[in-house]
Design a binder for this molecule. Structure first.
Ligand SMILES: CC(C)(COP(=O)(O)OP(=O)(O)OC[C@H]1O[C@@H](n2cnc3c(N)ncnc32)[C@H](O)[C@@H]1OP(=O)(O)O)[C@@H](O)C(=O)NCCC(=O)NCCS
Length: 183
């Protein structure tokens, strides 16, 4: 998959968040996020354990150049701190675009993931013209499942992904008009 838009290193702005691609200057924030066992518990990804690893992961992130979109750093407008990430990712194995998010624990429970996820979905449908966005979540990740429900994604069933049994959620662009009309 390849978007016909220029690489979207600057993402949507919401009431509390700016979305933009990570840069090497964010390595410490990237390590704080992806080196936190509570954050990584349900992601199926290994912990990052050093600044060098964080720098390498940011430098090697291919999505914006290869497919034109990706996961953005979420910057809290009030403090300018990078407090998480949210964005879209093309999954070649499933030929689908997935929305994903991750925030520092001290910011959980304030609706920030819901705010960011809604902005990513809107970006996917309105700017990229996607027909569908999916999300894969481990069954034990109650907070993430709740976020997906709040943004109007529906559970479609189970999918094996990266060797793990995940729940597959989806939202279709076609449903947006009736949603806006309150149907
Ligand atoms: C999942 C995550 C992004 C949610 O972020 P957040 O900013 O706290 O999300 P929100 O505040 O928008 O919404 C969280 C909702 O989950 C609910 N919730 C929290 N813990 C829960 C749990 N264990 N079971 C069920 N619901 C839970 C909250 O009450 C809230 O719902 P409500 O608004 O109806 O009260 C955050 O917990 C996180 O970063 N987790 C680690 C990374 C991760 O797992 N990412 C997702 C991978 S699929």
């Amino acid at each position: 998959m390849c978007s016909d838009q220029p690489p979207a290193r600057i993402g949507p702005e919401t009431e509390r968040l700016v979305h933009r691609a990570f840069t090497i200057a964010d390595a410490a924030a990237f390590l704080t996020l992806n080196g936190n066992p509570a954050v990584m518990r349900f992601t199926g990804e290994p912990l990052i354990s050093s600044l060098d690893e964080a720098r390498e992961a940011i430098a090697a992130y291919p999505d914006f150049d290869v497919v034109g979109f990706g996961r953005w750093a979420c910057v809290l407008k009030r403090t300018q701190r990078v407090i998480g990430f949210c964005g879209l990712k093309y999954l070649p194995d499933l030929d689908a675009v997935d929305v994903g998010y991750r925030f520092l624990p001290e910011y959980w429970g304030q609706g920030l993931a819901t705010e960011a996820c809604n902005a990513s979905l809107r970006y996917g449908f309105e700017t990229l013209g996607l027909d569908e966005v999916i999300a894969l979540v481990l069954p034990a990740n109650g907070a993430s499942i709740r976020v997906l429900e709040k943004v109007g994604m529906r559970m479609q069933g189970e999918t094996m992904y990266d060797g793990q049994r995940t729940l597959r959620f989806a939202k279709q662009a076609a449903g947006l008009e009736s949603e806006a009309a309150g149907e």
